[in-house]
Design a protein around this ligand. Structure first.
Ligand code: MRU
Length: 347
């Protein structure tokens, strides 16, 4: 199985990312050498997808720790870590994976013994662990999702919850990769995902590169396609799942889930445990990112909305738990009533 690697360490220092804003035209890598550069890459969606944002944030903090450790002053280094967490934590509000990962590396910076270099090393090791764990969780999600993708199945997905969005083989796309590797003939219908086209630019790119057939449709076509009766299931990712099972995901997911319910097609949400926020009681409490009006006003260098028209551009919507058939997690396929099994245990 092959899938792209959207992020990596630069051995001499820094972070290399695959710039997702220019795919599929260009496979261009950017080298990031400062916390501000990492923050800009997250804000502008050069790196994107909830688990990958968490990994990038943790790696950004590790970069800050490494840069500050040069002065070999532990207090200054821990302060640099806290400042980096602050800057990176404000880049995108909806994906809880970011805050979760920043808390993890922050805890290590405050608790690790030794001098500034030892602490910077420990922070980097924690960032690597977050990435490694995500890769394993993606693999387990893929295995758990295999029964949902029998031979001949066509799955409808929204946005990109594949390798480009994670540290491994993706979340919603993981069962597709696993089924393909098992020799099953599977195909995907990808909503193009306005306004930034993560479906047509990214999902279609990574799937076709892996030899998995993918048909792109405009978002408004999803309901008609679901009515045709040839979609085995809807599989989507998530940016945050509240304690009651409500799911924030890319804008348009709610409409897909409504149409799927109407046409008797099951909707599964795939996510690692880092996407669950048990402190958030329900979807109404999830902060929804609002992005620039220009994302709707312009397209491919052309004006696409009347200049004096108002624009509302939330990047995510909330799908109520009632519309979700099951949650495909690294702990298996769970119903809503079993989600509390994923809650972190208090020590
Ligand atoms: O704005 P994006 O491209 O970061 O939005 C991504 C999504 O909505 C994904 O579906 C979600 O993060 C899950 S990624 C495994």
């Amino acid at each position: 199985m092959t899938w792209p690697t959207p992020i990596d360490w630069i051995p001499a220092g820094g972070i290399r990312i695959l710039d997702q804003t220019v795919l599929p035209d260009e496979e261009h890598y950017c080298d990031l050498h400062s916390v501000e550069a990492v923050a800009e890459a997250i804000r502008s969606l050069r790196v994107r997808g909830a688990p990958l944002i968490g990994i990038a944030g943790a790696m950004g903090v590790a970069l800050a720790a490494q840069l500050a450790a040069a002065a070999n002053e532990k207090k200054t280094m821990v302060k640099a870590v806290d400042d980096a967490r602050d800057v990176l934590g404000r880049t995108r509000p909806t994906a809880v994976n970011l805050r979760w990962a920043l808390d993890r590396v922050g805890h290590i910076a405050h608790a690790a013994p030794g001098d500034a270099h030892a602490v910077a090393e420990a922070v980097r090791a924690e960032a690597q662990l977050i990435w490694d764990e995500d890769r394993q969780m993606c693999r387990r999600i893929g295995e758990a999702g295999l029964p949902l993708v029998p031979d001949g199945a066509t799955v409808l997905t929204h946005c990109n919850a594949g390798a480009l969005a994670t540290g491994g083989m993706g979340t919603a796309l993981a069962p597709i990769y696993a089924a393909h590797a098992a020799g099953r003939r599977v195909s995907v219908v990808a909503d193009e995902t306005r306004p930034l086209l993560q479906g047509s630019r990214l999902t279609a790119w990574e799937l076709t590169a892996a030899g998995i057939p993918c048909t792109v449709i405009v978002d408004g076509m999803a309901a008609s396609r679901l009515r045709r009766g040839d979609i085995a299931c809807v599989l989507v990712g998530a940016d945050r799942i509240a304690a009651n099972g409500d799911v924030a995901n890319k804008i348009g997911t709610y409409a897909v889930a409504l149409a799927a319910r109407t046409h008797g097609v099951p909707t599964y949400v795939a996510a690692p445990r880092s996407t669950f926020d048990f402190a958030c009681p329900d979807g109404a409490a999830i902060p929804i990112e609002e992005r620039s009006a220009d994302e709707l006003r312009c397209f491919a260098g052309r004006t696409t909305a009347a200049p004096s028209a108002a624009v509302w551009n939330p990047a995510f919507d909330v799908t109520p738990a009632e519309l979700i058939t099951g949650y495909l997690t690294d702990a298996g396929l769970l119903t809503r009533s079993r989600l509390s099994e994923l809650a972190p245990q208090a020590h």
